[in-house]
Ligand binder design. Structure first.
Ligand code: RAT
Ligand code: ZN
Length: 438
């Protein structure tokens, strides 16, 4: 840009640098949110070369576990009866109970409606025939591109499990990388279910033991190193119970301290901790059977203090832990809070958490991730995030203007890019491979 052009942009009332007045603020925030392509920092989506692991289409959307949990509130079907159905029968059962016999006003049901509308499909059908025909006719790669464009995301971050018997062999055979789907090395089977998985490592030639003695930690570190070299993950990740404590002499505590944290340092990648799950409070609901509990975040404090060379991406599931997480974030630059996770991803709670974070952290956090399990969910999840966050951001700028510092479109663009891309890129050291703007 020449000096003359820059100067005229600065002085022009519609220019990037002109200070905005109150009626313009919300509109400009909405426009900048709409045209910035976000990085979705945590999903359960899979790149095309991981084949059938990637879920998409109407039957997967309707049988999302968030909706399965809601089914049993509005139908007399028992979990046992439900699990014995085929995928199509399950989808038909949920559609009838939650979309035909009731208005789909919950966040998760409304999301399916928003996806149908995004593709111009009827939202009030009595059955799923037309939607099924539409999705069956899509060419997968073109469909992914269209979905990403509708969602306004440039790339999504996957959840890749080196001990998943369906996934690991695909990586071992050299699954084709895809710059739109970035890998993450997930550690739940190692850190949370060691008793069920140590023998797999052992059978692969790693000198590990059930009780973690001897060479176990060193060998887990070697295993993680080999998987980091194979997958090139942006970070390692684990979900953790509300009872998570650190340091701890249990197997999780020892593997975390002696294998995971050193491996993350070896590869200079962050560790993501998602804290606060009460696993399987109702096992009959399977994936939908987990609950939430308030955690003691002093475990996180000890990690941040004790391991300054490590970086921690953190999401906490309990509403009651959110304020503490903000306070810890103010203390530790090796801590990056992200997202409003799972039971928190509802407008009322997202609004509260995001206001609190902006007030306490400025723009130094990652406001949201989608946690999508089914490809098309990114459309409604990111649409909802933009809709909820626009007035919150506009309100922050309004307060700032009232206090004497009106902002420009350039300020807003810089902040939104930082929140939804830059903070993640710089925290992970991720290279910028995809276009940042529509
Ligand atoms: O939000 C979810 O889908 C949960 O079931 C979990 O998968 C959670 O997001 C996780 O990554 O553990
Ligand atoms: Zn998740």
């Amino acid at each position: 840009m020449t000096t003359d052009t820059a100067a005229s942009e600065r002085s022009g009332s519609d220019g990037l640098f002109a200070r905005l007045d109150t009626p313009q603020l919300l509109k400009v925030v909405e426009e900048e949110l709409a045209t910035t392509r976000f990085i979705d920092v945590h999903t359960h989506l899979f790149m095309p070369s991981l084949g059938k692991l990637g879920l998409w289409g109407i039957d997967e959307l309707v049988t999302y576990h968030y909706l399965e949990a809601e089914l049993f509130r509005s139908s007399r079907i028992t979990p046992e009866q439900y699990w014995s159905l085929s995928k199509l029968e399950k989808a038909d059962t949920i559609w009838k109970a939650l979309f035909v016999e009731n208005a789909p006003v919950s966040e998760a049901t409304r999301g399916v409606i928003a996806v149908l509308r995004a593709f111009g499909l009827p939202t009030d059908s009595h059955d799923l025939t037309e939607a099924r025909a539409f999705f069956a006719a899509q060419e997968p790669l073109a469909h992914i591109r269209r979905v990403f464009a509708l969602a306004g995301v440039s790339e999504v971050v996957m959840t890749n499990d080196p001990l998943d018997p369906d996934e690991a062999p695909l990586w071992e055979y050299g699954a084709e990388p895809d710059s739109q789907f970035r890998p993450v090395l997930r550690l739940d089977r190692i850190l949370n279910k060691w008793a069920d998985h140590w023998q797999i490592l052992n059978s692969q030639g790693y000198g590990v033991y059930a009780d973690g003695r001897g060479t176990t930690a060193l060998e887990v570190r070697r295993f993680l190193g080999e998987w980091c070299a194979r997958m090139k993950p942006l970070y390692m990740a684990c979900s953790l119970p509300d009872s998570f404590a650190f340091p701890n002499d249990d197997i999780r505590g020892r593997l975390l301290a002696e294998a995971v944290l050193p491996a993350a340092r070896d590869f200079s990648i962050p560790l993501s901790l998602m804290i606060g799950v009460r696993y399987q409070v109702n096992p009959a609901l399977r994936l939908a059977g987990d609950g939430v509990g308030k955690a003691d975040l002093r475990a996180l404090e000890r990690l941040c203090v004790g391991y300054p060379e490590n970086r921690f991406l953190v999401s906490v599931l309990s509403r009651e832990n959110q304020h503490e997480l903000c306070v810890y974030t103010r203390k530790f630059s090796n801590l990056m809070p992200f997202g409003c996770w799972w039971f928190l991803n509802n407008p009322s709670i997202v609004e509260e958490i995001t206001r609190e974070r902006l007030e306490m952290l400025g723009t130094s956090f990652i406001p949201q991730h989608s946690d999508a399990r089914v490809l098309e969910q990114v459309i409604y999840k990111w649409r909802n995030t933009r809709r909820t966050l626009a007035p919150i951001l506009a309100h922050s700028y309004q307060l700032l203007a009232d206090d004497g510092r009106p902002v420009s479109r350039a300020d807003i663009r810089r902040d939104i890019t930082r929140l939804f891309r830059g903070n993640f890129e710089s925290f992970c050291g991720a290279s910028r491979v995809n276009a940042t703007r529509v």
